[in-house]
Design a protein around this ligand. Sequence first.
Ligand SMILES: C[S@@+](CC[C@H](N)C(=O)[O-])C[C@H]1O[C@@H](n2cnc3c(N)ncnc32)[C@H](O)[C@@H]1O
Length: 243
Amino acid sequence: MKGTTPAGAATEREAAEWVRDMFGRVARRYDLANHLLSFNLDRYWRTRVVARVRGILRAPETRALDLCCGTGDLLLALEAGPGGAVWGSDFCHPMLTAAARKISRRGFRSRVFEADALDNPVRDASFDLITVAFGFRNLANYRKGLDEMRRVLRPGGLVAILEFSQPPNPLFAVLYNFYSRRLLPAIGGALSGSRDAYAYLPESVRKFPSPDELASQMQQAGFRSVMYERITGGIVCLHLGRV
Ligand SMILES: C[S@@+](CC[C@H](N)C(=O)[O-])C[C@H]1O[C@@H](n2cnc3c(N)ncnc32)[C@H](O)[C@@H]1O
């Protein structure tokens, strides 16, 4: 398998179903768990994405799509930025329902639709910007995910992938791994009622390609000007690439 490999999933279809069910189970408490477990850093990480894509967001007529938008926090941060309304998609209905509720509560204009990021019902070359925050790692096939993004982007379009990563500093990595493998499943499990979801998280990060490997996969998929920046000591990494 060339993407995420949750325990017990033997095929890409089973992996995708496992991921969708898991997010369906945690959707109600997802935001609370996210903010608490990340000490609110998740908000800061999303603002970094907005800052990096500000140029293209600001351009008139830009069409932006936030893939794997979940409960919509990046979507809201993007709309609050310079560009205005964006589209969001996700394949987990309860996550999208939460996103739609937040958009309407804030009086925003962004729209969400239910779709698999590996088989997007969107025309070729129809968006200028694609963002994906903490969703790419969960795809059952990373190359297929990159190919879909490339297909959907217009020439000159930009992709921004924000994902968890392994900190390069060995001492920080020991501390971080203790937190993510020991404390996070227990606290996340208690908050969300789904311990396996928060045991899956550090396991999927451990198996996820390194920043260099992901950059090289992006280049192989045809993205150019690929670059990445580590954020918060490398706990997360933001990859950018152009079509
Ligand atoms: C960790 S959440 C991130 C949500 C949001 N982007 C954020 O920053 O909080 C990952 C999301 O990816 C979605 N996802 C995973 N695989 C997907 C796929 N193949 N197609 C669409 N959505 C997917 C899940 O349903 C979930 O809502």
